[in-house]
Design a protein around this ligand. Structure first.
Ligand code: APR
Length: 229
């Protein structure tokens, strides 16, 4: 089973989504805090923005929806493919999580952000990154986040899992951002697709999708009943 998740997965944990009313991109101009150009123009603003997000991580917990996604592992071999940069799937117990858009708990080199030699996991007491903190190549430490306009290296393993899925589940994403939104196109015909979201999410491919129009926790309860009873 492949589970594709977005910001709505973590909404019930108290983390804002991006595009709903009051979402993050309403409060912070996306081009300032989530593009390489924004980072080049004002690295401190960007570093501080992610310091705030990281600080928030210490105060939030996985919700019941995350817990039920982890529980799916009792019945299926599950790969979670998430657009989220939080670590709530892991903290709920999911053992195989692919982060398409990076991870808040990691930092990397500003010069070679995808070089594994420079990617570093922060301990909670290191969550506040400062201007002047450097990676092993001497460049400023930057958040290990995939910004708009950057390549998405983890899309390749995600595609491979989608091509082998027997069940595909989408939770809490508006499917606005590619390449993540295109993953459904790699799921073989005939594979059942479920979508949990309290709002209407248009599916571009016209593919048959079983929609559970509920929040992540309630929707996962319903899905477990459908799949397991
Ligand atoms: N449970 C499930 N889904 C929810 C809930 C909830 N309680 N509350 C809101 N949602 C849904 C919304 O209806 C919407 O469809 O979550 C979705 C959130 O959509 P976006 O804010 O667009 O977030 P996402 O799709 O994850 O964004 C993709 O865009 O800005 C970038 O890199 C960022 O990873 C992010 C990417």
């Amino acid at each position: 089973m492949v589970v594709l998740t977005g910001a709505g997965m973590s909404a019930e944990s108290g983390i804002s989504t991006f595009r709903d009313a009051g979402g993050l991109w309403e409060k912070y101009p996306v081009e300032q805090v989530a593009t390489p150009e924004g980072y080049a123009a004002n690295p401190k603003l960007v570093i501080d923005f992610y310091n705030e997000r990281r600080k928030q991580l210490s105060h939030v917990k996985p919700n019941h929806g995350h817990e039920l996604v982890a529980e799916l592992e009792r019945y299926f071999q599950v790969t979670v493919v998430t657009q989220n940069v939080d670590n709530l799937h892991e903290r709920a117990g999911s053992s195989q999580v692919i982060h398409l858009h990076g991870e808040l708990t990691k930092v990397t080199s500003s010069w070679q952000p995808n070089d594994p030699r420079f990617i570093k996991e922060l301990t909670p007491d290191e969550y506040e990154v400062k201007i002047g903190d450097v990676a092993d190549d001497g460049s400023q430490l930057r958040p290990f986040i995939v910004w708009f306009g950057e390549s998405v290296p983890m899309i390749e393993p995600a595609i491979e899992h989608c091509m082998e899925a027997d069940v595909f589940l989408i939770i809490g994403t508006s499917l606005n951002v590619y390449p993540a939104a295109g993953l459904l196109n790699y799921v073989p015909d005939g594979v059942p697709v479920y979508l949990i979201d309290p709002n209407h999410v248009p599916i571009a491919s016209g593919r048959q999708v079983h929609v559970i129009q509920k929040g992540a926790s309630e929707g996962m309860e319903e899905l477990m009943k459908l799949l397991l009873e």
